[in-house]
Write a protein that binds this ligand. Structure first.
Ligand code: GTP
Length: 366
């Protein structure tokens, strides 16, 4: 079966990380999000994937040399302009000539959904479209999907005011579609599948169904969710080891390649320390992922954070619940706190504090 993976969005909520790297190519514990998704699709029998591209398309083409990933053939459908989630599906399907049942997924979803069970449910109901639902505590920022007892969708409600949602089952961004859906999407026009195409399909009864499951699911859209994805993957919620080539030095302490860890450094599980990382004496790394070549200076602290490759903390610096982009640096005694993001190559000056802030990508890195 073929799958269309939507990876053409700009990822604005994760800027400035996404200024230089499209969101699906950002690492989640050492492995790009889209690779984690492709592994999941392959495990469920998908043999051909169309990457639906728009923003920074060359980065994907360069990332997958040979246009293959494991057992799957990859095709690229590059939109001339953003077509929204439905327009992108039609464009991608036409690009490869999809004329049979297929799967669509948002490229920012991390899940252990049993895709086969979703397809079986779709076939049993004779559905035109079937949507995976996940249950969340607060659906007020999401699209909720109440259903009839047999799973037929009753309505789509976008961003219900707090306390008014009839259900907390939300559209989880994986769909099984019959090719007839494509004719319901206007060609070459920006259209949203969740806000326009699916609600219109409800005009005919018996077409749109949804299956709620308790599988692991996370939409990696914001800095908070990016850090949550790391915490979950490091805690083994997507399987163990968190990334294929990691070795477990002590319970929950994962190392890759050659690392330079001072005997007086403290590592508090779960942590992932990438190849070429250096952690100096007196430094503390807790609940964090350090990308290849990152360095943590003497008495510096990395707490529940992510350092992308080559990021650097000088002596006494602190990074808590934040993300440092590729080659970013935090100078002596500076602090980066509360879901801050420091762009690629940017520098946080010595003895300053950044709280919930964003530092743009350095001119040299953009
Ligand atoms: P934000 O800008 O932070 O909202 O992130 P985003 O660009 O990823 O948007 P959103 O989370 O709403 O998109 C859900 C999925 O659809 C993501 O995997 C996007 O890459 C993808 N997507 C959104 N818009 C388009 C589009 O116009 N074309 C294509 N091909 N994909 C899209």
């Amino acid at each position: 079966m073929k799958a269309v993976v939507l990876v053409g969005g700009e990822g604005t909520r994760l800027r400035p990380l996404t200024v230089t790297t499209p969101k699906p190519l950002l690492p989640i514990a050492g492995r790009p999000l889209v690779e984690r998704q492709l592994v999941w699709l392959a495990a469920h029998g998908i043999d051909e994937v169309v990457l639906s591209l728009g923003y920074l398309p060359d980065a994907f083409v360069e990332h997958f040399p040979g246009d293959r990933f494991a057992s799957m053939a990859l095709t690229y459908a590059v939109e001339p302009e953003p077509l929204g989630t439905a327009g992108a599906v039609r464009f991608a399907a036409e690009h490869v000539g999809i004329d049979e049942r297929f799967v669509v997924c948002n490229g920012d979803v991390l899940t252990t959904l049993d895709l086969g069970a979703l397809v079986d449910f779709h076939v049993e109901r004779g559905a035109t479209a079937t949507i995976h639902l996940s249950q969340v505590e607060d659906p007020s920022a999401l699209g909720v999907v109440p259903t009839y007892p047999d799973g037929e969708v009753e309505a789509f409600i976008e961003k219900p005011a707090p306390g008014t949602a009839p259900t907390n089952w939300i559209n989880a961004g994986t769909y099984v579609l019959e090719p007839d859906v494509l004719a319901r999407i206007p060609p070459a026009l920006a259209t949203s599948i969740e806000r326009e195409t699916f609600p219109r399909l409800l005009e005919d009864r018996g077409c749109v169904y949804a299956l709620g499951t308790g599988d692991y699911w996370l939409d990696v859209g914001t800095p908070e969710k990016y850090l949550e994805a790391h915490a979950d993957v490091l805690a083994g919620r997507m399987g163990s080891p968190p990334v294929l080539d990691a070795r477990e030095e002590a319970p929950g302490v994962w190392l890759q390649g050659d690392v330079d860890l001072a005997a007086e450094a403290s590592l508090e599980a779960p942590v992932l320390i990438g190849d070429g990382v250096a952690v100096a004496a007196g430094a503390r790394v807790a609940g964090s992922a350090l990308g290849p070549g990152a360095s943590v200076g003497p008495n510096a602290v990395v707490d529940h954070s992510v350092l992308l490759s080559g990021a650097r903390l000088a002596r006494g610096a602190l990074v808590r619940a934040s993300i440092l982009g590729v080659g970013a640096s935090v100078e002596e005694d500076a602090a980066v706190l509360d879901f801050s993001i420091v762009g690629a190559g940017a520098c946080v000056p010595a003895s300053t504090t950044l709280t919930g802030g964003r530092v743009p990508v350095a001119a040299s890195a953009g």
